[in-house]
Unconditional design. Structure first.
Length: 269
């Protein structure tokens, strides 16, 4: 199965797969997660994993909204674009796709550095780490990237190296429903793919706003699961970007992506 078909499976089944992961890790993290719950700037990567990722991804800065950022992604020139999905040894590589919501957030931050300059930023569901990288490039005083996949954390460190940045802290755990962190800004892209996860995000983000007056920016290309959720009534459109042709082709008809500001009218809800 070509990776294009594999990517379609990831896109269509993402809500089922990742929702199970988020909920299972809330109850009892796996051994791998326990070992990799936090990556710091000085942490070295497993040489075998590094070699695998370097061999089976392509360094690219084309086909997406942020040519300033170089990323290791799965592209048509990669072996696993053609291989069967079950041959990938490290779980579904959602991080290896630069999703449209994350592209819009990263573009917006690069174009508007005042949004993050001198501020603490949490990149929730960071994936390849592009939005966190954009925040560092734009002068954020503190950046924490969060993703539940330990391999995503390793890929983010490689992507920091590509962009000549010291790796930012990365936490590999489900922080939704945990104590609200004191962040100036939370950014999240392409996270509203499942109703239960969306509900959890909605209430957790409200708590962050209520307790810490946190600002929240959400990137999404307008998928049905997002537009049909009640959170949309509390969003204000910040900017809309036309997606590059390559991204359009790889996202089955999506033509644009939007950055939204989340401003709940009643954060005590």
């Amino acid at each position: 199965m070509a990776f294009r078909g594999w990517k379609r499976l990831l896109l269509l089944s993402r809500e089922n797969i990742l929702d199970k992961v988020w909920r299972s890790r809330r109850g009892g993290p796996s051994l791998c997660w326990k070992r990799c719950c936090h990556w710091s700037a000085g942490k070295s990567l497993d040489p075998e994993v590094r070699a695998f990722l370097e061999e089976n991804t392509e360094v690219t800065n084309s086909g997406h909204l942020t040519p300033e950022i170089r990323l290791r992604l799965l592209t048509p020139r990669c072996r696993f674009w053609r291989e069967k999905p079950d041959l990938w040894p490290y779980g579904d590589p959602f991080w290896a796709i630069y999703w449209p919501g994350g592209q819009a957030l990263s573009r917006y931050i690069l174009d508007n550095p005042h949004v993050v300059k001198g501020r603490s930023v949490l990149d929730l569901g960071s994936g390849c780490g592009a939005t966190a990288i954009a925040a560092v490039m734009s002068g954020a005083s503190q950046v924490l990237a969060n993703d539940i996949d330990p391999i995503a954390g390793m890929a983010m460190i490689l992507n920091c190296e590509l962009n000549h940045l010291n790796p930012f802290p990365i936490t590999i755990k489900n922080i939704i429903n945990s104590e609200a962190g004191n962040w100036d800004l939370i950014v999240l892209g392409d996270m509203f793919y499942d109703e239960q996860l969306a509900d959890g995000l909605h209430h957790w983000l409200q708590k962050c706003i209520r307790i810490h007056q946190t600002e929240v920016l959400i990137g999404d290309p307008g998928r049905h699961q997002f537009l049909s959720h009640s959170i949309c009534s509390q969003l204000h459109k910040v900017i809309e970007y036309s997606l590059p042709e390559y991204t359009r082709q790889e996202n089955y008809g999506l033509t644009s992506s939007i950055v939204w500001s989340y401003q709940p009218s009643n954060s005590l809800e």
